[in-house]
Design a protein around this ligand. Structure first.
Ligand SMILES: [Zn+2]
Length: 427
């Protein structure tokens, strides 16, 4: 999951001058952990990708290259067809004007195709998951800079569920439509890999039936699986329960097709999307997001659910009918303005922003906000949604004194706060 919400069309317009592809030599320095080339179980996949040796899979880094090679070998072992522009890979420029904080360098999406065997095999259902993360926290971390951010939940878990869904779908009867599996680079830097794909699809977007995004699915722990995008096609409300076989997962539906992850790049192109998400936690974007904390049975159930959803969509006689414009689309990138220090909980609430916690020493903690509070206003502005909250905060400057309005235990409360500076927040 990216902290940076960007406009995908802006990004893709700016990566047009891609140089000819050249092979990266992942692990040439001997830093890639050994892999026997077989397909791991979900937790084995998470352990590989979240190994310290991969140094947090920062986009364009040798560790990220190890992860890309590992995913490509897993696709090959499953018999998926290489579907990139260079074998399984689709190479792209990372730094753009829309994502100026990205490192200069190149990243790779990894693409594998399970060819359908029905009359609509030239159409695809995409299952995607980003495989990059924060490296040593140079960028996007709310934790300790310099420490390796392994990103076991964010998003080794999504890649593991994607590969396991590929295994399930490649066993038994082939679905009618094809299924394309894509591991994206550059998500944490602002949806760069998925934005590039949406501009340079290997199968035309007109023949893309749906996109299912897996980003942070490793911490189910008996809670709801949050499913974004349910409003992007009316058929989802029937498909999801049908796909949710025993032992069923408790799901919370959210209509919006826009959010801070790769499905946004596809919904912006009018493709029905889903984003499966097991919610934020205290290790989000911190060096403590490690494999030991993954809920293994929960992750396997998400993989099973994902395969079932994809099969349902792939085998339907007709295509889903997209409903456009559901949710709010971010209008610009960045995020170096005023800082409050709240950690949003993505569980849907009717109105406002539910807090998973506040950062210690932040303006929000100084103001007395805490986990479970629902923020509903900043000054005169209403913050009915997370996007509205982000927009309101961006409209303010560090040092502004404002009144926070929030709900605690059903009571409306207020507290004054002096907004901090995002660039100088404590680490
Ligand atoms: Zn993330």
């Amino acid at each position: 999951m990216s902290r940076y919400i960007v406009l995908p069309l802006m990004i893709v317009a700016l990566v047009a001058d891609a140089r000819p592809a050249h092979a990266q030599t992942a692990g040439a320095d001997g830093t890639c952990p050994a892999h026997d080339g077989t397909v791991g179980t979900p937790i084995e996949i998470v352990r590989y990708l979240a190994d310290d040796a991969l140094e947090g899979r920062f986009s364009g880094s040798p560790g990220e290259a190890c992860a890309a090679e590992y995913i490509a070998r897993s696709f090959a072992a499953l018999g998926l067809e290489p579907a990139g522009s260079d074998g399984f890979f689709q190479e792209l420029e990372l730094a753009t004007i829309a994502a100026p904080h990205a490192p200069a360098g190149r990243g790779r999406n990894v693409l594998g195709l399970l060819r359908g065997d029905g009359g609509a095999a030239d159409e695809v259902v995409i299952i995607g998951a980003h495989y990059d993360h924060l490296g040593r926290g140079e960028f996007g971390s709310t934790g300790e800079m310099g420490e390796i951010h392994n990103g076991a939940d964010d998003n080794a878990s999504g890649v593991a569920a994607m590969i396991d869904a590929a295994r399930r779908l490649s066993e038994g009867a082939r679905p009618s439509r094809s299924v394309l599996f894509i591991a994206f680079t550059g998500e944490e830097l602002g949806l760069i890999g998925s934005g590039y794909y949406a501009k340079n699809p290997v199968i035309p977007l007109e023949r893309t039936a749906a996109m299912i995004n897996l980003d942070m699915v490793g911490r189910l722990e008996g809670g709801d699986l949050i499913v974004y995008g349910v409003g992007t096609a009316s058929e989802w409300e029937a498909i999801l329960p049908a796909a949710n076989v025993e032992p069923a997962i408790s799901m919370a539906f959210e209509p919006s097709g826009f959010g801070p992850s790769d499905h946004t790049s596809f919904y912006a192109s009018d493709i029905p999307v889903l984003h499966l998400f097991s919610n934020v936690h205290g290790d989000y974007h911190r060096e403590t997001d490690d494999w030991e904390k993954i809920d293994v049975p929960g992750l396997e159930r998400v993989a099973h659910l994902t395969a079932n959803i994809a099969r349902e969509v792939a085998n339907r006689p007709g295509r889903l009918a997209v409903i456009s414009g559901v949710g709010e689309r971010a209008q610009r990138s960045g995020g170096y303005g005023a800082w409050l220090g709240t950690v949003p909980d993505f569980t849907p609430v009717d109105h406002g922003v539910l807090l998973a916690g506040v950062t210690e020493g932040s303006p929000a903690s100084e103001a007395g906000l805490r986990k479970g509070d629902i923020l509903v206003g900043i000054g005169d502005a209403d913050v009915g949604t997370l996007q509205a909250f982000t927009d309101v905060l961006r409209a303010h400057r560090p040092g502004d004194e404002v009144l926070l309005r929030f709900i605690r235990d059903g009571r409306a409360l207020e507290a004054p706060v002096v907004l901090g500076d995002r660039a100088n927040r404590p680490r």
